[in-house]
Write a protein that binds this ligand. Structure first.
Ligand code: UTP
Length: 294
């Protein structure tokens, strides 16, 4: 049984450079690139809200205020659409915006994901919190964060989301070694950032969702710059693991890494395949209608 306080806040690190999807991200933040008709980050915020978490802490770089602007208010647009009887076109954005509490922490320099989480400390304080990397777009029922919260309520420690990936792909992820506890839950024994396939302790890759306890902050503050000169969240978690148990749960759902070009395309095809108007536009295996996505 967890003795932690309940999770209320979700940190969205969004201060990265998005180099893998340049030149689209030269001006536009990666998180605002659309997947069908919604920007990447909106999928993540909808997932948080659907999982009962409405206090959003955006970690942004000072030049990307346009990200906050997406979450409104959009008074002029709202009024115009209302006058034209077209409010439905906003597709639930107004309700989403009204239902969240958004605050921002600034990361002045992109010094890595661990550093981005560290700068959220003043906004989160001394309570457990979630982290969503919104470019990992997840389609799951129940939502991925809700799956993790159910585990968090049962264990005493941080919960990482993991997914089995092909061996040749492990070098793109943090990878865990774990003891299987059943139901896709693992007790983490070790974590390695971007291992070579032959050095990887397993094929269980950490993907973009974390439920963390506030003791990650001092652990990150003591973490030296690692791979690529960045402060890696995985290194901070490794340090924390020396002090307390950490858990991982396998995702039951579909994830696409929309932060690289092939993954971005797959995410678009996935959600287009579920969209009532767009489904029929896609070439399917039978040359016509694409089979309905889950
Ligand atoms: P990525 O690994 O996707 O890095 O970061 P990136 O910089 O955004 O993109 P590439 O690799 O250059 O293409 C994972 C998440 O962490 C955030 C990113 O915005 C993304 O949501 N991040 C990363 C920060 O907020 N700050 C950083 O210093 C690094």
């Amino acid at each position: 049984m967890s003795i932690s306080r309940p999770i209320r806040k979700v940190v969205f690190p969004a201060a990265g450079l998005g180099t893998r999807i340049l030149p689209a991200t030269a001006v536009l933040p990666k998180e605002l690139l659309p997947i069908v008709d919604k920007p990447i980050i909106q999928y993540g915020v909808e997932e948080a809200v659907a999982s009962g978490l409405s206090q959003i802490v955006l970690v942004n770089s000072p030049g990307k205020r346009i990200l906050e602007d997406h979450f409104g208010p959009h008074a002029a647009l709202d009024a115009l659409l209302a006058r034209r009887g077209k409010s439905a076109l906003l597709g639930g954005l107004r309700e989403l915006t009204a239902g969240i509490e958004l605050s921002t922490a600034f990361q002045d320099e992109p010094l890595g994901l661990g550093h981005a989480v560290l700068v959220s400390r003043g906004r989160v304080g001394d309570e457990p919190f979630a982290v969503v990397l919104s470019d990992d777009v997840i389609d799951a029922d129940p939502p991925a964060l809700a799956q993790m919260l159910a585990v968090f309520a049962r264990v005493d420690g941080p919960v990482l989301l993991v997914e089995r990936v092909p061996r040749e792909a492990v070098g793109r992820y943090g990878v865990i070694a774990g003891d299987a506890l059943g139901d896709g839950v693992h007790s983490v024994i070790d974590l390695v950032e971007k291992p070579a396939p032959e050095d990887a302790p397993s094929d269980l890759a950490i993907i973009g969702r974390y439920l963390l306890t506030p003791d990650i902050y001092p652990a990150l503050a003591q973490t030296a710059r690692g791979l690529g000169g960045e402060i890696q969240l995985t290194d901070g978690l490794r340090r924390l693991l020396a002090q307390r148990p950490i858990f991982a749960v396998e995702l039951d759902g579909v994830r696409h890494d929309a932060g690289n070009k092939p993954g971005y395309l797959r995410a678009i095809l996935h959600f287009a395949g579920k969209h009532p108007e767009l489904r029929r536009e896609l070439p399917g295996p039978t040359g016509g209608v694409v089979p309905e996505a889950r």
